[in-house]
Ligand binder design. Structure first.
Ligand code: ADP
Length: 162
């Protein structure tokens, strides 16, 4: 029997993308034929970058990873998944707190449309990396070089110097 082609979406705010997200993308594409990183356009608290800027930074980072693409989306993740004919939603897990929240999301999404969510557990070194923490450390002038890619670091420095 021919192997089924599997398309996954990796939805999130990615404000900004971190090394933790990038790790999930690099490991995720090994499980699927195609992976679309999907930047949600819904408003978040104190955003640092516009959805367009977030997409641009991600595009620079995934340019050399075959099978991975990026775009932004509006509205419900499950609607977007259906529109892209995605088989799977990919999400990352860092902690038990993540599990609780993600469990609820995944159950709801499956109940509504039947779509499955696949989880990748963080690599230990990124277990505490979150976009929220990045925004906080950046605003206080801390060193972020191990937590975010260089292109994000450069944009962040420019943004905060303004
Ligand atoms: P959202 O606002 O939808 O949670 P995020 O951009 O914060 O969007 O995260 C997108 C996904 O990436 C979530 O599933 C989140 O748990 C996961 N994630 C974030 N940081 C990490 C990390 N360091 N390691 C593994 N997964 C992560």
């Amino acid at each position: 029997m021919a192997k089924k082609f599997v398309r996954a979406i990796f939805p999130g705010s990615f404000d900004p993308i971190t090394n933790g997200h990038l790790d999930v993308i690099n490991r995720g594409i090994k499980l699927f034929d195609e992976l679309i990183v999907a930047v949600g356009r819904s408003p978040i608290k104190n955003p640092l970058f516009t959805p367009e800027e977030r997409v641009e930074m991600i595009a620079e980072l995934i340019a050399d990873i075959p099978g991975v693409s990026v775009e932004s989306f509006d509205g419900l993740t499950v609607k977007y998944a259906a529109q892209k004919k995605a088989d799977v939603i990919l999400r990352g897990l860092r902690s038990l707190t993540d599990v609780q929240h993600e469990f609820q999301l995944a159950m709801t999404n499956r109940a509504v449309t039947g779509i499955e969510t696949v989880f990748i557990m963080t690599s230990e070194q990124y277990g505490f990396t979150s976009s929220t923490l990045i925004r906080e450390i950046a605003s206080l002038g801390g060193d972020l070089s191990n937590l975010i890619p260089e292109n994000v670091h450069n944009r962040l420095k420019k943004r905060l110097n303004k």
